[in-house]
Write a protein that binds this ligand. Structure first.
Ligand code: NAP
Length: 331
């Protein structure tokens, strides 16, 4: 089989190699063998390959934390046997997902409806689950409240806007490209702010004079710091990415005097704190909201595995407007 692999961390286009004669992995008890159909290239994959992620790779390693495929064999156990023949979304895999075949724990694969395109099924996990968990389970943004977010044109950002429409909270959305304004308006963004249009706190105060109690930032650096300074006393902000690769600055007096709560969010860690019953209910909800279009991903392009260099370049391109996927097989 073919797979992408890296033997040392570094810039993805430099360290990734396409191997084309690798033995297919063997599932152990409780695991399934999945023939992969498609997998996205997420910012977390690029950081993982670069050695800049919360989890360090055990090299040589195959990237990819999610994807879609068909279960073609199993290593024993009731759940693994049940999954045989099903098209499933992978919530992590022992041997990565940028590969033609992978093995995963049977409890980490979820059957997906037949009428979902592979592209939506492949992006089932990382972004939809993150957007829903942050907004409904951690921040618990109430109906009518304002939420301020940076990188609003990201896939997570667009899902947060649709969740706002769906659950009745209002969104203030910071972007860095004016051409993205119209698309976010169509999704239902209440307010769109350009980070180049002057101090963020002033822009926010003009649109939400009553104050903003909820914030989401995946950028860090000066923009993330400006988001923290623009929030109301006692606000709750989640930091869930480091796109600017620069530290946040926050005036300690702001934390002390206003009670601002700044909390990191990582889906992988959040999931480990949920019991099985809550997890099942959570993923049923994610599946329903994808089906209803609320947590759908926009797809920018799909590349065959052999064209991974072009795919990596596209995935890192500013303003790409949707997910870039690798096509790994066909149904
Ligand atoms: N913590 C978690 O568990 C978790 C889970 C899922 C995702 N995430 C994080 O969520 C973020 C978004 O993921 P995604 O898949 O939705 O991303 P995406 O669709 O690839 O979009 C990335 C967005 O970030 C913007 N951006 C990149 N660098 C920026 C910078 N320096 N300043 C301002 N904006 C910048 C881009 O703006 P342009 O459109 O202008 O290029 C683009 O809109 C990533 O940081 C990812 O790691 C975290």
């Amino acid at each position: 089989m073919k797979r992408l692999v890296f033997a040392r961390t570094g810039p993805p286009a430099e360290v990734l190699r396409l191997e084309d004669d690798v033995p297919t992995p063997v599932p152990q008890r409780g695991e399934v063998l999945v023939r992969m159909l498609a997998a996205p290239i997420n910012p977390s994959d690029l950081m993982f390959i670069g050695g800049r992620y919360g989890l360090q790779p055990q090299v040589p390693a195959v990237p990819g934390f999610e994807g879609v495929g068909i279960v073609v064999s199993q290593g024993g156990g009731l759940l693994a046997r049940l999954r045989l023949g099903q098209r499933v979304a992978l919530l992590g895999a022992r041997s990565g997902t940028w590969t033609e075949y992978t093995v995963a724990a049977a409890r980490q694969v979820l059957p997906v409806p037949d009428d979902w395109p592979d592209e939506q099924a492949a992006t089932f996990f990382v972004n939809p689950a993150t957007a829903l968990a942050m907004v409904r389970y951690v921040l618990r943004v109430p109906r009518g409240a304002w939420l301020l977010q940076t990188a609003a044109a990201s896939e997570v950002g667009k899902m947060v806007i649709r969740l706002g429409r769906w659950y009745g909270f209002r969104t203030l959305n910071v972007i860095r490209r004016p051409e993205q304004r119209e698309q976010l308006q169509r999704l239902g963004a209440d307010v769109i702010l350009l980070d180049s249009d002057g101090p963020l706190a002033e822009q926010v105060a003009r649109h939400a004079p009553e104050g903003v109690r909820f914030g989401l930032d995946p950028v860090g650096g000066p923009l993330g710091s400006a988001l923290l300074a623009a929030l109301a006393p006692g606000a709750h902000a989640l930091i869930y990415g480091s796109l600017a690769d620069a530290p946040l600055q926050v005036d300690p007096r702001l934390l002390i005097s206003t009670g601002l709560c700044v909390q990191g969010f990582w889906l992988a860690r959040w999931l480990t704190h949920q019991n099985l019953f809550r997890l099942l209910r959570f993923f049923r909800r994610v599946r329903r909201l994808i089906g209803q279009g609320v947590l759908q991903s926009s797809i920018a392009a799909v590349y065959p595995l052999e064209q991974y260099l072009a795919a990596l370049e596209h995935a890192s391109r500013p303003g790409k407007g949707g997910k870039v996927l690798l096509r790994l097989g066909s149904r």
